[in-house]
Design a protein around this ligand. Sequence first.
Ligand SMILES: Cc1cc2nc3c(=O)[nH]c(=O)nc-3n(C[C@H](O)[C@H](O)[C@H](O)COP(=O)(O)O)c2cc1C
Length: 385
Amino acid sequence: MPAEERRRREALYRHGGAAWPVGAQAWRAAAAEVLARNHFDWIEGGAGEEWTLEANREAFKRWRLRPRMLAGNSSRDLGVDVLGTRCPAPFMLAPIGGQTVVHPEGELATARAAAAAEIPMVVSTAASHRVEDVAGALGDAPRWYQLYWVSDQDVTQSFLRRAVSVGCEAIVLTIDSPRLGWRDRDLRNAYNPHLEGHGIGQYTSDPVFRSRLARPPEEDERAAGAAMVKMFPNASLTWNHLAWLREQTRLPLLVKGVLTAEDARLARDTGMDGGIVSNHGARQLDGEVAALDALPEVRDELGPDATILVDSGIRRGTDIVKALALGADAVLVGRPYLYGLAVGGDAGVAQVLRALAEEVDLALGLVGAHGATSVDRSFVTEAPR
Ligand SMILES: Cc1cc2nc3c(=O)[nH]c(=O)nc-3n(C[C@H](O)[C@H](O)[C@H](O)COP(=O)(O)O)c2cc1C
């Protein structure tokens, strides 16, 4: 074992469990302890019966690794390049809005942790902090921007312009949320973070959005939240509209929320540079397919050269290796870093990211792979039902 790896492993065993939770379930439990019930439910909940939420995890459980022995892989290359963005490990931080719900510093704390690890962060349109401030916290670290195409196109265009001006390297258009899903937990708790001023920082700082308000958000935050909630649904959007988006920027464009070969084809044919196979962490349509189960059909449809990411249900390094095996170039990590944020601010996020990278490295090591890009379908098999 190379000295550097041995040093890291020894440190893990020496300090490991003492300071921080170990493993995704322990982080989740720790987050549940520190958060108010309605806040925890908001991050944790899925749509409806939460069948898809369960299915996301079941899919990872069902796919099993086929390790190859004596591979001579004493060091592994964890890094991947995704549309020109360098990732030191095969994951990025998923776009998650309203992070001040779990920690007062919200996206700023997450950005500091991402920057320290040089792991790219996808900044959400529904962030609580302005994209300019998140970019400041990121320093020189890589960042992408997740766009919600709201029903006011001038506001959408303004969001995009701002993202480009703070150095975002790619735009991720989320297409699975033309309206908000039916989320039992939030309805039960009567909880909508936007009405309490979370997740509206992009909007309240936007000159075009502000021009739509009767009174400035500083005077009436609730009305600004309500205006955001009203502007959010955009169910009239079609694939044909993507030509407009293509004209707005030369940056790589990805669509997030692809779950079928049909939509993968449409994304490619409308000039998108990549697709993210995702069911939004099962928060939108209950009963829809687990993201991991949709991944092989999307990869098969688009072929080996297309850029495809996946998220929804990733909790472990072994999950990431399975996703790579089933055709992902990289993955987005969602709830796990939110748990870290809730429990320990930027230090908590940093620990989650560090442990995850370590898990990926160990899983690659034990599965017999030489790096993140050398994992193919021969490394997984579906467990007999
Ligand atoms: C609390 C919360 C807020 C989210 N906000 C956004 C968002 O603003 N934009 C977006 O595209 N996806 C959003 N997502 C979805 C994530 O980007 C990602 O698809 C999801 O978290 C993956 O599922 P997992 O966390 O179970 O792995 C959010 C997810 C959660 C849990």
